[in-house]
Design a protein around this ligand. Structure first.
Ligand SMILES: [Fe+2]
Ligand SMILES: [Fe+2]
Length: 185
């Protein structure tokens, strides 16, 4: 069973999958404006998720392993955790960089001649496919390893504190999105 903090992040993975599938639907329709809006939402939601992991999850895990590695049977070593988290951070950098490029491409396409739109969307689809493939592996690693460490490394009050901070961070919606659009309802 996952800690509350890890459950929040796992639920957010599912919500992100949902936004991503709506992005595919928008791109399938060939509607550039709709694709741009949906990609902007996916980018922003993934950025908020990543921020919660960077600001709260990763430092809390590494900080606790530094100061208290008393339970080696069910906790990773500090160096194993550090190496694993380093890879996850590299994935995050890849997602943000590629999504920024894709957003720029779709923005340019809005002002493009219709005959160039098919090729432009195809290139963005290739980028989103690469992101999706890497995100599937990334989320599996988080859900099967890093998120499980929260329970084995932190005591109950620290788990509750982490859940509160992650919950607040995930609710930190950029003002350009309405609550309805952000919650994907
Ligand atoms: Fe992540
Ligand atoms: Fe995640």
């Amino acid at each position: 069973m996952l800690s509350q903090a890890s459950q929040l992040l796992t639920n957010d993975h599912a919500a992100l999958d949902n936004v991503l599938s709506q992005l595919w639907t928008a791109m399938d329709s060939g509607d550039v404006a709709r694709s741009h809006a949906q990609l902007d939402l996916f980018w922003a939601r993934l950025a908020v998720h990543i921020r919660a992991e960077h600001l709260h999850l990763f430092p809390t895990i590494l900080g606790r392993l530094t100061s208290n590695s008393a339970d080696p049977e069910c906790s990773p070593t500090f160096s194993d955790a550090e190496a694993g988290i380093e890879q996850l951070r590299a994935d995050h950098d890849f997602f943000m960089h590629e999504l920024a490029q894709a957003i720029g491409s779709l923005r340019d396409l809005k002002a493009t001649e219709p005959h160039a739109i098919v090729d432009g969307i195809r290139r963005v689809r290739d980028t989103v496919l690469e992101i999706e493939k890497r995100l599937i592996v990334h989320n599996e690693i988080e859900e099967n390893q890093v998120y499980c460490w929260v329970r084995t490394i932190l005591n109950a009050p620290d788990q509750a504190d982490l859940a509160t901070r992650i919950n607040a961070e995930l609710a930190n919606r950029p003002p350009r999105f309405s609550e309805t659009i952000w919650s994907n309802r």
